[in-house]
Design a protein around this ligand. Structure first.
Ligand code: ATP
Ligand code: MG
Length: 876
């Protein structure tokens, strides 16, 4: 039975039992900062279990993609562990409980209409105190006592929250797989005989903050069955890797490496690791994760690098993982369309990361070799943490790789020292951040305050309100006087606090006699707006009534950029593809910056096309609507949300006609026409798989265009042409220049010929050596050398020294033919002799040398001295 059929049957079985089929959610958790990756079926359904959202149907079934890196050491070694796997699960949110869960699990596994497994091969584990589960397995199902094993660890608990006993179902893969005398040879022990295929969790208690457990009013069921494991059972193969989910990947890798599967343990481990990791990588990238140096991206990067290294163990030294993408996509496409849809993007991400890592490897390996050699010659058995850190920090060489290679040579690495260096670096980074953000320093006082601000800035640009808090140098104060800087909180404020990339408003606060400037506004611990102010005049007191007003022009400019950012986001998706996701943004009054995921530079046409689409939206003068909605509803409408961003249960949705729909707390224009004009000023790469677009709108776009046209007009004036003729004129000038250069070359050649004939007449014999030492006309070293070349063709044996003076500088070249080099004459020494007299220096090879000087007036005398020098050399 193919894996896809098992998946389909599982969903069908539970759908027949009244479950609603939920699609597999993204591996990148949404709204859940506690998780790096979705690691089980229940992880995506948390909202139902903790009561935040009521499910339409309390019975749910799904097949969920999961990533677990805690099992990574087992991958390739055990038959059953992966970093990426699918979990089939049925769930009851306060609906059915133990009895149905157990009966249905049994029915699905043993009924010939479904899996039809031999009941004799199944055994279960339960929690020792779960008599209810025992009774059900024993009496309802009829399992004998020896196949109901009580294990203390069968209690599912993750700290505060729902918890409860569980029961796990094991399949006996054959007595030959473990020695009955081995104490681990039982279902649930560390062995390869009893395979855990399904875990049923009965969450019936609440784990209270004080550590006690109380029964839950509504009990839940949460189960998980590993699809890969079930496939290995149904296909009757020894490991998950022998199923149809993995074999095509393994076979393709074998072909690339020229190895066979099933012959050598070491090769098989590498093949399994690669097959496992490439699935993880393909799905992670498909779900929007990208390799980087932190968090999720770092996990991904490490998995990819690990796979590349196992590839090297098989002898594959070029990028190859990306080529496995279509195979993974093909195997999974039945249920997961993403890898097929995004195949091109996924392949580019993987390939570029592979290429980069291979480069790093080559460079890092080289340096590591040196470090290892040094350690060995010094008789050391260990590489210091500092050295390992340097390799990591400067060359991007991962620590575990350093360790692995060192270990192969019998050298260890000081991990603790490395970690200390890492810590130091983190601290350095942190203090740099803190310096930069004085608002954070105020966190202490702010966290003790209980004030809230009402933000009225969506509708108003000014208002009358009261000062609720004043802070000076991290302490709450009653007043701030002229010249002082501090922080201020208002009851209501029209000032936007920096967030979602949009910068804070600036403006003024006025009381009867005081005047304040608002320099910055940030959000405090509870979202209150904290104004960073300077008292320009008078004294401001707590409780005072004030009139506050934001700088309206700046706000208007900012608002244009913000709406334009939304249009840009959509246009990028339309032009480049759905893989484009916002990775960061800056919305300032004078410009906007938008970072997004995409591999490779955008072409000129793509940039133009994006710009054109944004402007078309502006010209259409579409309405921008803002709606307040429950998060789920907003998402159901298809609103774009940012990966990893935390949203409250009620969100603001910004809708621009039918073109763009985004969750956003920022300020926007009412009609797109207000933006006026949108111009992209730059497109660049800012690290792996992330591009940056910089752009301007409104009057700043106008100023940009003005400036560009200004330059063009100036160029036109200088060329004495019309603007539209500038390119043609430049081409003409370039052609003319090339012509002149060619002409110049041929003239120089002719001139040289004439000069050569004349110069050859000046050759003298000095101690039997033909010598030519003379001053010529030449505009520098280049023509001088070409003249020398011509002369040497005619004077095959002898010494030539040429000097030229131009622009107050002296150039000298000297040549000695092979015969006289043998007799001891040295062009380098000779040229130096001449150059020194001209106030310079130089040297070179025995047969050819050049030098310079600063005293042209000395050149004739210096050249005249050449004969004397040769005479002396030849006589000794
Ligand atoms: P094991 O003890 O074998 O590591 P587990 O107790 O960690 O499994 P659960 O957290 O109960 O597993 O997950 C439910 C089911 O998901 C398991 O019964 C198994 O079929 C599957 N599963 C769990 N971890 C992995 C993994 N790393 N690779 C493949 N399948 C897994
Ligand atoms: Mg486990």
């Amino acid at each position: 039975m193919k894996a896809s059929e098992i998946r389909r049957k599982y969903l069908e079985f539970f759908a027949e039992k009244g479950h609603k089929i939920e699609p597999s959610a993204s591996l990148v958790p949404v709204d859940d900062p506690s998780l790096l990756w979705i690691n089980s079926g229940v992880a995506t359904l948390k909202k139902y279990f903790d009561g935040r959202v009521k499910p339409e149907n309390p019975r749910i079934v799904n097949s969920q993609k999961a990533i677990r890196t805690n099992d990574i050491e087992n991958v390739g070694y055990t038959a059953r562990h992966h970093t990426f796997f699918e979990m089939l699960g049925n769930f009851s949110v306060g609906d059915y409980f133990k009895e149905e869960a157990i009966e249905w699990a049994w029915e699905f596994l043993t009924d010939p209409k479904w899996m039809g497994l031999d009941p004799e091969k199944l055994s279960v584990t339960i929690h020792p105190e779960d008599e209810e589960a025992y009774r059900l397995w024993k009496e309802k199902i009829g399992l004998p006592d020896e196949r109901i094993i009580r294990l203390e660890e069968n209690f599912w608990d993750i700290g505060e929250g729902p918890s409860g006993p569980n029961t796990e179902i094991f399949y006996d893969r054959g007595a030959h797989l473990c020695d009955p005398s081995d104490p681990e040879c039982y279902p649930g022990g560390e062995n390869e005989r009893y395979l855990e295929i399904w875990n049923l969790v009965f969450s019936q208690y609440n784990h209270n903050p004080d550590g006690t457990y109380t029964p839950l009013p509504k009990k839940n069921i949460d189960t998980g069955m590993g699809l890969e494991r079930m496939a290995s059972v149904m296909q009757d193969v020894p490991t998950n890797y022998d199923t149809d989910l993995f074999q095509p990947i393994i076979q393709a890798t074998c072909e690339k490496a020229g190895v066979a599967y099933g012959e050598k343990e070491e090769t098989d481990v590498a093949l399994k690791v690669i097959a496992d990791h490439v699935r993880t990588i393909v799905f992670a990238v498909g779900d929007g994760a990208l390799p980087s140096n932190e968090g999720r991206g770092y996990v991904l990067r490490r998995l990819l690098r690990r796979a590349v290294r196992y590839g090297r163990k098989l002898g594959i030294k070029r990028p190859f993982l990306y080529e496995l993408t279509p195979i993974v996509a093909e195997i999974m496409k039945d249920y997961y369309p993403e890898p097929v849809q995004k195949q091109d993007f996924i392949q580019r991400v993987i390939r570029s990361e592979e290429e980069k890592f291979l480069e790093t490897l080559t460079e890092g390996l080289h340096i590591l070799e040196k470090v290892l050699d040094k350690a060995k010659t010094e008789g050391k058995q260990e590489i210091s943490g500092k050295e390992a850190f340097k390799l990591y920090d400067t060359y991007g060489f991962p620590f575990d790789l350093t360790e692995e290679i060192a270990r192969e040579q019998g050298v260890s690495v000081d991990r603790q020292g490395f970690e200390e260096e890492m810590k130091k670096q983190r601290e350095r980074a942190r203090s740099a951040r803190e310096d930069a953000d004085s608002m954070q320093v105020q966190g202490g006082v702010l966290s003790e305050l209980q004030v809230d601000t009402e933000f009225v800035g969506y509708e108003k640009t000014e208002c009358q309100t009261t000062v609720s808090v004043l802070i000076h140098e991290e302490e709450r104060v009653r007043e701030l006087t002229e010249g002082q800087k501090g922080f201020l909180i208002l009851k209501e404020t029209p000032f936007y606090a920096e967030s979602g990339g949009q910068v804070a408003d600036r403006g003024v606060i006025l009381s009867g006699q005081a005047e304040l400037t608002v320099l910055d506004v940030q959000k405090g611990p509870r979202g209150e707006h904290v104004h960073n102010i300077q008292v320009e005049k008078g004294t401001i007191r707590e409780g005072e009534t004030v009139k506050v007003a934001i700088h309206r022009d700046l706000r208007q400019d900012t608002v244009k950029n913000h709406t334009a950012t939304h249009l840009l986001h959509q246009a990028l998706k339309d032009v480049l593809g759905e893989h484009v996701n916002q990775a960061g943004s800056l919305v300032a009054p004078d410009r906007l910056r938008f970072d997004f995921t995409h591999i490779g530079a955008m072409s000129e046409e793509e940039i133009k096309e994006v710009e054109r689409r944004v402007n078309e939206q502006i010209w259409a003068n579409n309405k921008v609507e803002v709606m307040i909605k429950p998060l789920d509803e907003a998402k159901a409408m298809g609103a774009m949300a940012l990966f990893g961003e935390k949203y409250g249960s009620i969100v603001r949705v910004v809708k621009i006609d039918d073109y763009s729909l985004e969750l956003c707390g920022g300020t926007h224009v009412k009609f797109t026409g207000e933006i006026g004009l949108f111009k992209i000023t730059g497109e660049s790469g800012i690290g792996s798989g992330t591009r940056r677009i910089e752009a301007v709108t409104g009057r700043h776009a106008y100023a940009f265009v003005e400036e560009q046209i200004g330059w063009l007009n100036q160029a036109a004036r200088q060329l004495k042409s019309k603007a539209q003729d500038v390119p043609e004129r430049i081409e003409q000038l370039q052609n003319r220049q090339k012509e002149l250069e060619r002409e110049n070359e041929s003239l120089t050649a002719k001139l040289n010929q004439a000069q050569v004939a004349k110069l050859l007449n000046q050759v003298q014999e000095v101690s039997g050596v033909p010598v030519l030492a003379t001053q010529v006309q030449a505009g520098g070293m280049e023509p001088l050398r070409s003249l020398m070349d011509d002369l040497r063709k005619h004077l095959e044996e002898g010494v030539i020294v040429l000097g030229a003076a131009s622009n107050g500088k002296v150039s000298i070249v000297a040549s000695v033919s092979p015969k006289y080099v043998k007799e001891g004459l040295h062009a380098g020494k000779l040229v130096k002799e001449v150059a020194v007299q001209c106030g310079g220096g130089g040297g070179g090879r025995p047969d050819m040398a050049q030098a310079g000087g600063k005293k042209p007036e000395q050149l004739p005398a210096a050249l005249a001295g050449v004969s004397e020098w040769i005479r002396r050399q030849m006589s000794c």
